[in-house]
Design a protein around this ligand. Structure first.
Ligand code: DP6
Length: 320
């Protein structure tokens, strides 16, 4: 009746942006990500017949605004006639600020809820359930380099390469911890409805996925760097051209991009990516990590810098 699970956020190298079917939360495009190691969400779910309503605590505080989405996810995992639950979520990094906390949270939630309900599920089934709550969460069920495919009626996720086979480092420059003004789901819909670049974005995605998949398979850092930066800037261009425009960046975001360009000019193997928030994530080879951390830490407007390797997928820790 209770279980605890842990899942890491993932950072998209080829982005999911746009929904093909909002009711079923099916993505309009495939995506490729890396699952982080050191950042994680621990989720505890306890089913209790004595409860009349679900209860949610996030990082020690009651979180009624997040409860409807969490409750819907529990209904999907356990059925609408389920017992009410006490849910306790703890993340060791800033949440709702573009560091993919919804990915780690929903991945951990489906694993913990299945464990509490005593339901055995495969990673694929869990990924499908997590993806219904948040598209990117499906990728956090797997470790290493992960692809979310867009070719069926159900969400399908697979691992492309184990993290140990190419142990890149991911450095996140946190430029603001204020929760984002517009959720990614809402912003995607605005882009789909109004951005003149949206259809081209969708059309080109298979090409970008194939380039990135090949680069990962042969561990070609330069090729991955070039396609990941291109895909990221293309996604943000789609958002910027939407009506109303969606701009998640701040001045420090741009300062970080300039800093990465300087590092590249100095011969450092590093590239950036940015999600639905102002944080900049820099991917680099392990030998260059200290130089990247030093460069980002001293960039004006950067509040903190987090470092991570590539980790394993979501896991059940305890169930009884
Ligand atoms: C920019 O997975 O948060 O991080 O399915 O509506 O919950 P919903 O969207 P979400 O979108 C993530 C968008 C992104 C790119 C990515 O992670 O691929």
């Amino acid at each position: 009746m209770r279980a605890t699970a842990r899942a890491q956020p993932n950072i998209a190298l080829i982005k999911y942006w746009g929904k093909r079917d909002s009711d079923r939360n099916l993505p309009a495009v495939g995506s490729i990500s890396v699952t982080l190691e050191e950042l994680y969400t621990t989720m505890h779910v306890e089913l209790d017949a004595a409860l009349d309503l679900d209860e949610l605590l996030v990082n020690g505080h009651s979180a009624p605004s997040m409860l409807p989405r969490v409750a819907r996810c529990l209904d999907t995992v356990l059925g609408a006639g389920r017992l009410r639950a006490r849910i306790i979520s703890e993340s060791n990094f800033p949440i709702a600020a573009g560091l993919a906390s919804s990915a780690s949270s929903f991945a951990a939630l489906v694993v913990a809820a299945s464990g509490a309900g005593g339901v055995e599920r495969t990673a694929d089934e869990l990924a499908g359930l997590a993806g219904k709550a948040s598209g990117s969460a499906a990728r956090s069920l797997y470790g290493g380099f992960v692809e979310l495919r867009n070719d069926g009626d159900e969400i399908a996720v697979c691992s492309i390469l184990d993290g140990a086979a190419w142990p890149l480092r991911i450095i996140a420059a946190v430029t603001s911890t204020t929760p984002k003004p517009v959720s990614s789901g809402e912003a995607m819909e605005t882009s789909r409805r109004s951005s003149p670049f949206y259809s081209r974005w969708v059309e080109e995605q298979d090409m970008d996925l194939s380039t990135a998949r090949d680069a990962i398979t042969v561990r070609d850092f330069g090729k991955l760097a070039s396609i990941a930066e291109h895909n990221c800037l293309k996604m943000h261009s789609v958002m910027w051209a939407s009506r109303p425009p969606v701009v998640y960046w701040n001045a420090a975001t741009i300062a970080c991009l300039e800093r990465v360009r300087q590092l590249q000019a100095d011969g450092v193997a590093a590239f950036f990516t940015i999600d639905a928030g102002p944080q900049v994530k820099v991917i680099c080879l392990p030998g260059d990590e200290s130089q990247v951390v030093e460069a980002l830490t001293t960039t004006p407007g950067v509040e903190s810098v987090l470092s991570s390797g590539i980790g394993a997928g979501a896991a059940l820790m305890t169930a009884d």
